[in-house]
Design a protein around this ligand. Structure first.
Ligand code: RP5
Length: 214
């Protein structure tokens, strides 16, 4: 096994279900990574130590995921010139808006490449790390191109499935029913028919029910 080139840090083990998405992408691209918990607030010394030693240890990109007042990515970025990718996690009652702003709103000079909230953001962090590595690695650049083509095919497959489900079914044909020929009246059927009562004709003048009167 070769040395890890990407470091994934998260503020708490409760962030793992989200941050696993980043690890899954790195695995897919064949990128060696390491993963640990380090909190900007609860274990600041560990964060400082990791950030200042990462480059020397061969780490090329750091992915940092945190929720609530998420200062992890920013604090790491302040201690290293390695690219830092931030993943805001929607673990707070504010559903991650706090983490998103804390991760993205870095002052000028100390950038954090902030991804979208939650699992999609963690997945993108993995892809973005691959893209950073691909800038100086042709093989990785080609892998990313294949990844895009595969994604395109996947979406097309999904589109076909949805189209097949939602396509209007051909209207069912009306069965052709031959009209029954009228049965000639026999003395028996004629007897069964109800007789219409005749109205007596009124004698004398009649007033028209409708129409104009002169
Ligand atoms: C943040 O606080 C962590 O990144 C996590 O998202 C959040 C809650 O942490 P726990 O209380 O679950 O350890 O620092």
């Amino acid at each position: 096994m070769s040395k890890p080139v990407v470091g994934i840090l998260m503020g708490s083990d409760s962030d793992l279900p989200v941050m696993q998405e980043a690890a899954a992408m790195l695995k897919e691209f064949g990128i060696e990574y390491e993963m640990t918990v380090a909190s900007a607030h609860r274990t600041p010394k560990k964060v400082l130590e990791y950030s200042t030693n990462a480059e020397r240890r061969g780490i090329k990109v750091i992915i940092a995921g945190a929720g609530w007042a998420a200062h992890l990515a920013g604090v790491i970025a302040s201690q290293t010139t390695l690219p830092v990718i931030g993943v805001p996690i929607d673990s707070s009652p504010l559903r991650g808006v706090d983490a998103l702003l804390s991760t993205a709103q870095m002052p000028g000079g100390i950038p954090v490449a902030t991804m979208s909230l939650g699992k999609a953001g963690a997945k993108n962090a993995g892809v973005f790390a691959a893209q950073i590595i691909a800038a100086s690695d042709v093989k990785m650049a080609n892998r990313l191109k294949v990844f895009r083509v595969e994604m395109e095919h996947d979406v097309e497959e999904k589109a076909k499935r949805i189209e097949a489900i939602t396509a209007a079914p051909a209207a069912p044909r009306e069965p052709v029913v031959a009209e029954a020929p009228e049965t000639p009246e026999t003395p028996e059927t004629a007897k069964k028919k109800p007789r219409r009562r005749r109205r007596k004709k009124k004698t004398g003048g009649s007033t028209p029910a409708t129409g104009q009167t002169a």
